[in-house]
Design a protein around this ligand. Structure first.
Ligand code: BG6
Ligand code: MG
Length: 215
C-alpha cells in the first residue's frame, strides 16, 4: 500500500489505561454489590462509556433507570479521571515514541482515533499531544466502534483517503471499525482475538515503515 497516514487508538495501544478503566468499573460494581472480574472487563475494551456501563450492569443482573445510569457513569468517570490525572510519560507503551518519530520524519501523518472523552487529558499528561496531526476523541463522534466513524473522521482531518491509512488497534470492535472504514489494520495484542487484522503484533516495538508499506 501507499502509506500516507497512521491512525492510533489510544487506550491499549499508546498507553495501558485499560487497568485504570478496570479499577474504576470494579469499584462501581463493588458499590452495587457484585464482583467484576478482569476477564469480564475484556468485553469493555474499545466500547463507549455508556455501552460499558450496560455490559457491567448486565453482568451484575442489575436494572437502572436512564437517570441513574448517567449518575453511575459520571461516578465511574470521576474515579477514572482521578487515576489518569496522575499519569506520567513513563506510562507510554514501548515502541510508541520511536514509531511516531519515524513516521513523522518520513512525512507520514499521524492521528489519534479514540472513543474516549478523556483522550485529550491523557495525551497532555503523557506529553504526546504534539506528536499527532489530528486528534479524534469521544467528543467528536456520535457512533462508537465497531462503527467506522472515528477512523473516517481521523482520515478526513488528515486530508487523506482511507486507502492510504493504517489503523493500530487493540480492541476487536476497533479492528472491525478499521476494516469497515476501508483501512489496513495492525492489531496490537492477541492473535486469537484480533485475527481479522492484516497484521497482529504484541506491541509497537520494532515496527518499520517498510514493513507497513508491504501490507
Ligand atoms: C476507549 C476504551 O478507548 O474509550 C474504553 O477502550 C472506554 O474502555 C472508552 O470505555 C470511553 O472512554 P471514556 O474515557 O470516555 O470513558
Ligand atoms: Mg483500545
Amino acid at each position: 500500500m501507499e502509506l500516507k497516514g497512521c491512525i492510533f487508538d489510544l487506550d491499549g495501544v499508546i498507553v495501558d489505561t485499560a487497568k485504570y478503566h478496570y479499577l474504576a468499573w470494579k469499584r462501581l460494581a463493588q458499590e452495587l454489590g457484585f464482583d467484576f472480574s478482569e476477564e469480564q472487563n475484556e468485553a469493555l475494551k474499545g466500547v463507549s462509556r455508556m455501552a460499558s456501563l450496560e455490559i457491567l450492569l448486565a453482568a451484575g443482573g442489575i436494572k437502572k433507570s436512564e437517570d441513574e445510569k448517567t449518575i453511575l457513569a459520571t461516578r465511574k468517570n470521576s474515579w477514572y479521571v482521578d487515576y489518569i490525572s496522575r499519569m506520567t510519560p513513563e506510562e507510554i507503551l514501548p515502541g510508541s515514541i520511536i514509531l511516531l518519530q519515524n513516521l513523522r520524519e518520513n512525512g507520514i501523518l499521524t492521528a489519534i482515533g479514540s472513543a474516549s472523552k478523556n483522550a485529550g487529558m491523557i495525551l497532555d499528561r503523557i506529553g504526546l499531544t504534539k506528536m499527532f496531526d489530528a486528534i479524534v476523541d469521544g467528543y467528536k463522534i456520535t457512533r462508537a466502534k465497531p462503527d467506522p466513524e472515528v477512523f473516517l473522521r481521523g482520515a478526513k482531518e488528515l486530508g487523506l483517503e482511507p486507502k492510504y491509512c493504517i489503523v493500530f488497534e487493540d480492541a476487536v470492535a476497533g479492528v472491525e471499525a478499521a476494516l469497515d472504514a476501508g483501512m489496513i489494520c495492525v492489531g496490537i495484542g492477541d492473535k486469537n482475538r484480533l485475527g481479522k487484522a492484516h497484521l497482529v503484533v504484541s506491541d509497537l516495538r520494532g515496527i518499520t515503515i517498510e514493513q507497513l508499506t508491504k501490507l
